[in-house]
Design a binder for this molecule. Structure first.
Ligand code: PLP
Ligand code: ZN
Length: 429
């Protein structure tokens, strides 16, 4: 059976080449659904292991290495790929000790071509735009989606259109979208309103929407789970901890792990912990009442990548929590920035939102949810250079309502041997 689109709520099915983001019958989210019964007979761990180290497109990509699980029947010539993925999984013993667990790995998605995990979803999203014959692609963005879409659009010779929100956009991300040549429009509204606008205008003008409401984005992003588990030689960690904003990534993780399990490629499913910022926590609030009630919030946090009050993938994230026996937790901006300073201090580095993974892991250990003997993989979603203002503001203690627990100082001195010597001698040991 070929892959199809299927409504996660009413089960309505659509051919995979239908230009559709949500169900025509009930309005709920769509899944790209593959024929798992056929795949169970054909897909093995060694199929994917054999492709490691290949120089050939598309299998050298850390997304398309798993093509059978991403988009099985697609002719290769449609694929728009920059060999995304193939990101490092760092053992982090010092940070493990700080979080209170025996084993902690950090999967650094900031090592993707444009510096965030969004590239894994963009390679599949832009590929589908090509399949559908679309010439223009658009997104509303807090930053990284726009940077990624702008790059992949021009790479595929399409026009990219970005709807930026009115408030703070991290400098690294804004500069990327402009540099890659997307049409950048800053709109006097927040992210959540922009997402509504981009969907309305795109429908009117025949533009393809590449926000994570697009189910093909999630197909690419689920490869983070495939690659992590392959890097662990198919050993399954106890926990995956990741930040949650629009909830596309965590939704894709649940789907990817569910599929690996269905296909017999793993024998148990790791638990997923989704970490939100306290000021942008609608999933956390709904989780407190077993997802019986969902209310959008007004979002405020220094972690701009997750400053989202009405996440479009709410229902899929709730499903991830059910499928993986997962949990949702929240952390403060202070906890986020202190955890980031520690990740940065290891030479690994990340942008603020990514540090939710470490801050959240520590909190869950303190609460007794994660056990000290368990193996934890934290997902670092974005690169340290994405938001230099936040990093510098932290270290010179100029961030509002925040006081740096781990500041590094910038010394400023006259060109004097004595003065410099004095600094180095007090700094030593
Ligand atoms: C997009 C993004 C997030 C949030 O991911 P969602 O899929 O929207 O939940 C977190 N961190 C970074 C760096 C991002 O770019
Ligand atoms: Zn439906």
């Amino acid at each position: 059976m070929p892959s199809i689109l299927r409504c996660m709520s009413c089960g309505q099915e659509y051919p995979i080449q239908t230009l559709l983001y949500t169900c025509e019958h009930c309005g709920n989210l769509l899944d790209v659904q593959h024929d798992l019964d056929t795949l169970r007979r054909t897909v093995t761990r060694s199929l994917f292991d054999q492709r490691l180290g290949t120089l050939d497109t598309p299998y050298k990509s850390g997304v398309w290495r798993y093509k059978e699980l991403i988009y099985p029947d697609l002719p290769d010539h449609f694929i728009v790929s920059r060999s995304e993925g193939n990101t490092n999984l760092y053992p982090a013993p010092k940070l493990a000790a700080w979080a209170g667990v025996k084993t902690l790995y950090l999967k650094h998605e900031g090592e993707n071509p444009t510096g965030s995990f969004k590239d894994r979803g963009m390679t599949t999203g832009v590929t589908q735009a090509r399949v559908l014959g679309m010439r223009r692609v658009a997104c509303a963005s807090t930053g990284n989606t726009s940077a990624s879409m702008a790059a992949y659009a021009t790479f595929a010779e399409m026009d990219g259109i970005v709807f930026f929100q009115n408030s703070h956009i991290a400098l690294g991300k804004l500069s990327q979208a402009i540099a890659y040549g997307a049409t950048c429009i800053q709109i006097n509204a927040d992210f959540d309103r922009n997402l509504e606008l981009v969907r309305e205008i795109s429908e009117k003008l025949g533009i393809y929407v590449l926000n994570s409401v697009n189910p093909f984005r999630l197909e690419g992003q689920k490869s983070i789970m495939f690659e992590t588990i392959q890097q662990l030689r198919w050993n399954v960690p106890d926990w995956i901890v990741c930040p949650g904003g629009n909830l596309g990534n965590s939704s894709s993780f649940g789907k990817g792990l569910y599929e690996l399990h269905q296909l017999g490629l793993i024998d148990r499913i790791p638990r997923i912990a989704i970490i939100q910022a306290e000021g942008a926590n609608p999933l956390y609030l709904a989780y407190q009442h077993d997802f019986e009630e969902y209310k959008p919030v007004h979002a405020e946090t220094i972690a701009t990548a997750i400053k989202i009050g009405n996440p479009v993938n709410y229902a899929k994230a709730a499903r991830t929590i059910r499928w993986t026996n997962g949990v949702v937790e929240q952390v403060t901006d202070q906890q986020i920035m202190d955890a980031k300073a520690l990740i940065d201090g290891q030479g690994i580095g990340c942008e603020p939102a990514s540090a939710c993974s470490l801050a959240g892991a520590r909190k869950l250990v303190e609460m007794g949810v994660i056990q000290p003997h368990e193996t934890v993989v934290g997902i670092l979603t974005g690169h340290i250079l994405k938001d230099p203002d936040a990093t510098i503001g932290y270290h010179n203690n100029s961030l509002e309502n925040l006081s740096a627990a781990y500041p590094n100082r910038l010394y400023q001195v006259e060109p004097s041997v004595d003065e410099i010597t004095r600094i180095l001698e007090t700094k030593a040991h």
